[in-house]
Every structure is written in structure tokens, then in C-alpha cells.
Write a protein that binds this ligand. Structure first.
Ligand SMILES: [Mn+2]
Length: 397
């Protein structure tokens, strides 16, 4: 019998010791929940684990165990690596060192036993930590990890990679790809992987279950969205039975809104524009506007205003929210007419996602970029095809 991607991933995990977990930029409950849950499981297996998400983290998930261990960089280790091209000399050489106490210098002398070394033969780099395995969680493409992708290309090239994801747009970029589009969230997939990894041991404890349930609740909109399947409900029941603190999730993620967040939502809602001719509504928010109500767009969540309020507007095809993010503008889209494929609009700007939820990022100064995005959508709308294959409702990521 041919090994399934899931069993191949289980095998790779068992045989690896140092594992790096990566997930997408603009992190959400599923990317954070899946990283934290898998981190706990791997640690129980005795693995050394690093988690990295190269973006600001939504603090509403900060109650989850391990949250503060998520890094936003993969630090170079303290070692310097000196690489010598030995084509002209052969590999045999002597290493010596001289300390120059008076000016704190250490001189390293490399003497080949034959031939001559020239400075051009030597390259000095900083070493990165070594991993046996890189696991991408909830990422449809490797590039979804964000700006650090270019910098990490070498590491990703020389390390075995696996991807665990539920996006229909997954490009099968890793060495082993386990993509289940019928799963409501990446954490739903991790439940069965956790079970198969813990052959004789139960790794699904209350902490792991809480992280997994967070992702599942997030991506199903607390089981309100159409992507909620009998399986997601069964898995949710299993997680609660395993001790998942469902009430804590509800309280920390859904019932706790700071006054600042409510003011921010109010500001966004006051910026709603209706595009009558093109049948969509959009709202936007700049850093300055956010600051005026005491909010910080990097840390104060805006996802809620989209999913709980904006997308409940009736009679339009879709809603769009634009928010200033550093030197770029981030766009996120939700279908209101569930046959309207918003991932096609994200594609206009190099983004992606699901039929009913998608996102993109455009570099440029805030106001001109907002104008440009709206103009482009209005002129290109005619060419955006409607979804034909029923309704797929999976919130972005
Ligand atoms: Mn997801």
C-alpha cells in the first residue's frame, strides 16, 4: 500500500529531531492554534521545536499555551562560518591563531600544505540554526510566510519541507503535501495526525485540545459558516472531551473587546463606501485614523469587524476592507453572495484564498493605493468569473 501524505509526514516527524514550524503572515486563530498545538505535541515527543510567524500576532490568542514562544525571526546562531575553496590547494591545511592583546584582535591563519590561498577563496557567513524538518501549517504557498521568504530560501531549499493545509489554492510546494480541502481548519487535520503520532501515548491533552479547538472555531466562525461539516462537529466534540477549554476560548477571543477595539470598529464602519453600480461595499482605515481613537493597527484586531459586522450587509456581491500596513495596504474580502468568487479579485493583486474569503497586499502609500485598488476592481469586475462548483465556505486561512 502506498503511504498517504499523512503517514509520510508522521514518519518524517518521528525521524526528525530539530523541527521548525512556519505559518502565514496576517496570522489568525487557525495559524496560531495549529502552530501552538503542534509545538506542544512535538515537545511531548522529545523534539526540539522553533515556531515562527513573521508578522504581528493578534493578542487575543495570547492566553494559549506557548504563545510567547512564537518567534518573528529565525535568528542566526552566534557562529561565523568560514568557507574556503580548496580547489587550488587540496583540503589539507593547518589552522593557527594569533591573539593581538593590545587591540583585541584575533588573527586566524590558514596554511595550505601545498599551493596558495587567495582572499577570493574565502567566504565568511553567519550560520543559521539547522533543522531536520520544516513544517508549513495553514499555508497555501511557501511565500505566504511573508517578507522573510526570500531570506529563508536557502534554508528551505536544503531542509526537507512538509505542508499541512486545507486551502483549495494550495500549490503543493513542499516535499510532502497533505492538503485536505474538506477540512474546516488546519487544526482539524492535526487532530488525526496527533492521534497517529501518539501510537501508545495520548498527546491530545487539554492544552493541545484548546489550541486545536481555537483554530477550528476561528475558521468555522464558531461553527456558523457553511464549511462546518459533520466531521468538524465530531472533532470539536472530541476536543471538548479531551479537555479543550471552550468557554475560555469564547471569553478570550469573542467576548473580550477592549474599548479601543470597539472605537476602531466604529471608525472603520464610519468609512463605509457603497459602490452601487458594481454591487459591493468597502471600508478602509489608515494608521493615523486608528491612532486618533487610540488603536494600533499592528496589534488591535480588525478581523472581527469584517466577519461579525461588515459581511452581514445584505444585497451586495462582496465586501472589502483595506487597511494600512507599514508601506503597504492589506485587503481582505468576503463574499456576501456565496457564489461570488472573491479569490479572483485577490488574484488581481497577486493574492489568494478561498471562494468566500480572500486577501491581498499592495505596496504603496496609503491613500493613492486605496484609490488605485478600488479603481482596478471597478474596471476589472466584469472579467471576474462566478464560482460554478457549489458553495465552498472556508474563511481565509
Ligand atoms: Mn485555516
Amino acid at each position: 500500500m502506498e503511504a498517504t501524505p499523512k503517514s509520510q509526514i508522521a514518519e518524517l516527524v518521528r525521524s526528525s529531531q530539530n523541527i521548525l514550524l512556519l505559518s502565514h503572515a496576517s496570522p489568525d486563530g487557525d495559524s496560531i492554534g495549529s502552530s501552538l498545538a503542534f509545538n506542544l505535541v512535538l515537545k511531548k515527543m522529545g523534539k526540539t521545536v522553533d515556531m515562527a510567524i513573521f508578522d504581528n500576532l493578534d493578542q487575543s490568542c495570547s492566553f494559549l499555551p506557548g504563545f510567547s514562544d512564537i518567534k518573528n525571526d529565525i535568528a542566526a546562531s552566534s557562529d561565523l562560518v568560514i568557507t574556503i575553496d580548496t580547489k587550488q590547494t587540496g583540503e589539507e591545511m593547518k589552522l593557527g591563531q594569533k591573539k593581538m592583546a593590545e587591540d583585541h584582535k584575533l588573527v586566524i591563519v590558514v596554511s595550505p600544505t601545498k599551493g596558495v590561498l587567495v582572499p577570493e577563496d574565502v567566504v565568511v557567513t553567519r550560520s543559521r540554526p539547522k533543522y531536520d524538518l520544516v513544517v508549513f501549517l495553514d499555508c497555501s504557498e511557501a511565500e505566504r510566510i511573508g517578507d522573510k521568504f526570500e531570506e529563508l530560501k536557502d534554508l528551505l531549499f536544503e531542509t526537507p519541507t512538509v505542508s499541512i493545509d486545507h486551502h483549495a489554492t494550495n500549490s503543493y510546494f513542499a516535499k510532502v503535501n497533505w492538503v485536505d480541502m474538506t477540512a474546516a481548519s488546519t487544526t482539524e487535520m492535526l487532530v488525526s495526525l496527533t492521534e497517529s503520532l501518539g501510537r501508545n501515548e495520548n498527546y491530545l491533552d487539554a492544552d493541545v485540545a484548546t489550541c486545536l479547538l481555537t483554530g477550528l472555531m476561528f475558521d468555522t466562525g464558531s461553527f456558523q459558516n457553511g464549511n462546518t461539516t459533520p466531521k468538524s462537529l465530531t472533532v470539536a466534540a472530541q476536543l471538548v472531551a479531551a479537555g479543550a477549554r471552550q468557554q475560555e476560548i469564547v471569553e478570550k477571543i469573542y467576548m473580550t473587546r477592549s474599548l479601543v477595539t470597539l472605537k476602531l470598529w466604529g471608525k472603520i464602519l464610519s468609512n463605509i463606501h457603497e459602490e452601487k453600480e458594481n454591487n459591493f461595499v468597502w471600508a478602509s482605515i489608515s494608521n493615523d485614523e486608528a491612532k486618533k481613537v487610540g488603536a494600533d493597527l499592528d496589534t488591535d484586531g480588525t478581523g472581527g469587524v469584517m466577519d461579525e459586522l461588515l459581511k452581514t450587509v445584505s444585497g451586495v456581491d462582496f465586501v472589502l476592507m483595506l487597511k494600512e500596513n507599514g508601506d503597504s495596504v492589506n485587503g481582505s474580502l468576503r463574499s456576501v453572495d456565496k457564489t461570488f468568487n472573491v479569490s479572483e479579485i485577490s488574484k488581481l493583486f497577486g493574492g489568494g484564498g478561498h471562494i468566500v474569503a480572500s486577501g491581498f497586499k499592495v505596496k504603496g502609500e496609503y491613500q493613492p493605493t486605496v484609490d488605485l485598488i478600488i479603481e482596478k476592481i471597478k474596471t476589472q469586475l466584469g472579467s471576474v468569473p462566478k464560482a460554478t462548483q457549489g458553495v465552498e465556505e472556508i474563511p481565509q486561512s
